[in-house]
Write a protein that binds this ligand. Sequence first.
Ligand SMILES: NC(=O)c1ccc[n+]([C@@H]2O[C@H](COP(=O)([O-])OP(=O)(O)OC[C@H]3O[C@@H](n4cnc5c(N)ncnc54)[C@H](OP(=O)(O)O)[C@@H]3O)[C@@H](O)[C@H]2O)c1
Length: 281
Amino acid sequence: MTAMTILVTGATGNIGRELLRDLRAHGAGPVRGLTRDPARAAFPDGVEAVAGDLARADSLKAALDGVVSLFLVPGAVGEADVVAAAREAGVEHVVLVSSITVETHPHLPAAAQNHALEEVLRGSGMAWTVLRATQFTSNTLWWAESIREHGTVRAPYGDVGLPAIHPGDIAAVARVALTEPGHRGRVHALTGPERITPRQQVAQIAAAAGREVSFVEIGREEAHRQLAPLLGAEIADAVLDLTGGDVNEGLLAVRDTVPRLTGAPGRTFRQWAEEHADAFR
Ligand SMILES: NC(=O)c1ccc[n+]([C@@H]2O[C@H](COP(=O)([O-])OP(=O)(O)OC[C@H]3O[C@@H](n4cnc5c(N)ncnc54)[C@H](OP(=O)(O)O)[C@@H]3O)[C@@H](O)[C@H]2O)c1
């Protein structure tokens, strides 16, 4: 059993990869990264790769052994069981990734699901911190194939600007919440530093990748026809509401949480595009 161990779930994902690096760079204690396939995980030196499936809480026993702080990225079904397993294992503090839609669009099913998990965590008896993130800059990877193959993005709501957040900034806030005092029992709403439209995102991706990319605005119905086979009709509708069809002041607002908590300015979309230019070449 290792003292003060932090377990990072979603460790191979957009936030988790950054969080592992950030924790190591800041000299946090022992860090474990959870993945369903440790053989494929390329974690930073000093991070222990552990196997486990969030959809099967009973598979997490070894991963949770000795863990004091848990970073929980939901995505599978059954996270309520994961919270129970963490409590059982003696975890003291859970930092949960949730969504800003819990406050801006509580009527949407995904928001209700996030809210329900927040409530499970609040009632768990463990200390908790909830990070309600807005849409990620990494969502534009959905366009990567179309950009690589056709030099085009076809998307709706081209001129609706939202304050997309760099996953590295969610990770930076998570690192602070996991390792510094003052964040237990707190909900942090997280956005990027500026509003940016899909048209501007495409222009910045084109500049970063050094190639021409055209933006073709399409209507909601065409966008729904594209998304529904991938996401299901209900989630496709929710995505379209949240990217322009039903935005509100809460979703549009730029929050100062990231700079306030991390002491560094929020990372811009331009920075994210430059870091990920290869995905679009
Ligand atoms: N995208 C947005 O705009 C947005 C906004 C607000 C909140 N969120 C939330 O952010 C989260 C996504 O974060 P992300 O972008 O960092 O993730 P991501 O890049 O999509 O990666 C998903 C991660 O989850 C892990 N995972 C998936 N199913 C798992 C399972 N059954 N057991 C164990 N691990 C599992 C994967 O690990 P392995 O494959 O290695 O096992 C991977 O590390 C979701 O909870 C989403 O609801 C997203």
